[in-house]
Design a binder for this molecule. Structure first.
Ligand code: FEO
Length: 398
């Protein structure tokens, strides 16, 4: 049975939740699942803006058939060639043979790389700023390379001021019936997974995201129709302001993230003492992650949120602990900058972990490695508590 959502008289959301997926991109945990949106514009011409992941194609194809109600599909706008949106291009092309695929040069290159389909007479190649008139609506295309892939383009409906925003402004998780972002408590229900989605998916490409925000700054918006998660129809500034912060690697607020790796809890003891000292000193936001159980995406997300970071690790095989290595890899490869970072190391005969952590941090731009440090030999002693207190004091100084 179809399950279609009406946005306005001529615009429908054919989106579907996948509640069985556990890892988005086979990498990022999505414990509640994932939502994929697809928008159908029923103008004089019919236009589908992106499709969804093949894992939940049956519901989507029923939705598409029902929403078209016997009409032809004239256009499929491919905003992004990642398979969570484009995996159904071959099937949709087969069902609607007269349909034109709207994309840019790179889009068609990628379609040919992913799928062996004959594109002869099936394409409409657009350039930045081109207009596609579909009747009442005029659609223009805003290129946004690397938000999240090089071919990405957003679609702006000049008539109704709607921005179909591809991967931008989305979130992890399903949509539980409530289709609009304003139906959620932004700080509590929406922001944590939107932040983790942003940092995981496009956190690396802050410069390009900033460029996109500047490019669309002069446009008027009634809605952001996202490809993942609720649609923005009110208070669009809330998500725009967050994107400006994240894209410029500006901490959202003051706070300390402590990420630790501990084999037999001795490094953890140091971390717990530090957290308590920080709290006693007046720090209001402290988040502690055990990297053996917190997926790196959660650590990364909190590192984008807060201004100070503590990395504490046991030495393991003469290296940093492997799960801490994953965190460091993520921080570096997402270009995190503008942060103050402290290091705690532990080693029973050769404490190598601190050295390895510093080597990572020294490769990152704009990272201030704090002089205050803690070097444990196996377990925390009175002298170490003094070092932890000194570190807490330095962190509290901001
Ligand atoms: Fe939702 Fe980059 O794909």
């Amino acid at each position: 049975m179809h399950n279609i959502r009406k946005i306005q008289d001529d615009l429908y959301n054919l989106g579907v939740n996948d509640r069985r997926i556990t890892l988005f991109e086979n990498a990022h945990p999505v414990p509640r699942g994932m939502n994929y949106n697809s928008y159908l514009l029923l103008d004089e011409k019919t236009v589908l803006v992106d499709a969804i992941d093949r894992a939940v194609q049956d519901q989507f194809l029923e939705n598409l058939t029902a929403a078209l109600a016997g009409r032809e599909l004239d256009y499929l706008v491919v905003q992004h060639m990642e398979p969570d949106h484009c995996g159904l291009i071959p099937e949709i092309s087969r069902r609607y043979p007269k349909m034109k695929i709207v994309g840019n040069k790179k889009t068609f290159q990628f379609i040919s790389q992913f799928y062996e389909i004959d594109l002869t007479d099936k394409t409409l190649e657009v350039k930045e700023g081109d207009v596609l008139e579909t009747g009442r609506h005029k659609l223009t295309f805003v290129f946004a390379p690397m938000v999240h892939w090089p071919e990405v383009m957003l679609t702006y409906d000049q008539t109704d001021k709607i921005l179909f925003s591809a991967d931008a402004f989305g979130t992890f998780g399903p949509v539980d019936g409530l289709m609009y972002a304003d139906q959620y408590d932004f700080e509590r229900e929406y922001l944590p997974e939107a932040r983790r989605y942003y940092t995981s998916i496009v956190g690396k490409y802050g410069r390009q995201v900033s460029g996109l925000i500047e490019k669309v700054a002069g446009l008027e918006f009634s809605m952001f129709c996202t490809m993942h998660g609720p649609i923005w129809r009110k208070d669009l500034h809330l998500i725009l302001e967050k994107y400006q912060k994240w894209a410029s690697y500006t901490p959202e607020e003051k706070g300390v993230v402590i990420a630790y790796a501990s084999v037999y809890n001795n490094t953890q003891v140091a971390v717990e003492i530090l957290a308590n000292k920080l709290a006693e000193g007046g720090e209001e936001k402290i988040v502690v992650h055990n990297v053996s159980s917190s997926d790196p995406s959660y650590v990364l997300s909190d590192c984008f949120r807060f201004d100070r970071i503590v990395l504490a690790s046991s030495t393991f095989n003469n290296e940093v602990f492997p799960y801490m290595d994953s965190v460091l890899f993520d921080l570096k490869n997402h270009n995190l900058t503008n942060r103050k970072v402290a290091v705690i190391e532990n080693g029973s005969w050769a404490a190598q972990s601190g050295k390895r952590i510093r080597e990572y941090l020294e490769q990152m731009k704009g990272i201030e490695i704090m002089e205050e440090t803690v070097s444990l030999k196996s377990s925390v002693k009175a002298v170490d508590v003094e070092a932890i207190e000194a570190l807490a004091k330095a962190l509290l100084a901001g």
